[in-house]
Design a protein around this ligand. Structure first.
Ligand SMILES: CC(C)(COP(=O)(O)OP(=O)(O)OC[C@H]1O[C@@H](n2cnc3c(N)ncnc32)[C@H](O)[C@@H]1OP(=O)(O)O)[C@@H](O)C(=O)NCCC(=O)NCCS
Length: 176
């Protein structure tokens, strides 16, 4: 599965962004994405002060089985500018943890929403009926992004983070 989309930057339509599953040649692209991530974005995604995408995460993406664990990536000029993934909960296999990361220059342009919208149907077809997303409380942007896609969900406070339970299919499709 892959799809093309157009992002609008400063009023100018951008060249095509390609969305496709994470592939076996993507590890270095993922590492290079660190160059376009602020410390804040890295912190809100990985909950640590790492100045780059942690190597454990790169290794985990390289070990995707495309069933219990899947990732969709956004590529522009062959560089990775976004990634969203799910990881199935072994104890409750109808659930999966959801996470997304968009390079700073491309945030707030609809890419996170597009990535999750491409990922969700794959998860559904694999028997997942609910995503879980844990968001640190200061990450208001991510919370708003979730509520744009799942307007009716609430969250619970778990270990100092907001935990969202997000039913599939996504209730609000990506416009256009
Ligand atoms: C959270 C994140 C994945 C969202 O991706 P994105 O491409 O920036 O989000 P989108 O452009 O798809 O946003 C969709 C909607 O969410 C809301 N939103 C997203 N980011 C927001 C922000 N920083 N402030 C306020 N609202 C925000 C907006 O309503 C937006 O729609 P609009 O721009 O038309 O108003 C991205 O900002 C990111 O990578 N952040 C750093 C890592 C992180 O925090 N990941 C989430 C925890 S796993």
């Amino acid at each position: 599965m892959s799809c093309m989309t157009q992002l609008d930057v400063d009023g100018t339509e951008l060249r095509d962004v390609r969305i496709r599953p994470y592939g076996v040649t993507d590890a270095d692209r993922l590492r290079r994405m660190s160059d376009r991530l602020s410390k804040r974005s890295l912190f809100t995604r990985f909950w640590s002060g790492s100045p780059y995408i942690p190597e454990y995460y790169v290794q985990a993406m390289d070990a995707l089985d495309h069933w219990d664990r899947e990732a969709m990536v956004a590529l522009l000029d062959d560089e990775m500018i976004g990634i969203a993934e799910y990881a199935r909960d072994a104890a409750r296999p109808y659930r999966a943890d959801l996470a997304a990361l968009v390079a700073d220059p491309w945030q707030r342009r609809g890419l996170g929403r597009i990535l999750v919208s491409c990922l969700a149907p794959l998860a559904e077809r694999r028997g997942i009926t609910e995503f879980n997303a844990d968001v640190i409380l200061e990450n208001q942007g991510a919370m708003r992004a979730i509520l744009v896609c799942w307007p009716d969900v609430g969250s619970a406070l778990v270990d100092g983070a907001a935990r969202f339970s997000l039913p599939l299919p996504m209730p609000v499709p990506v416009p256009g």
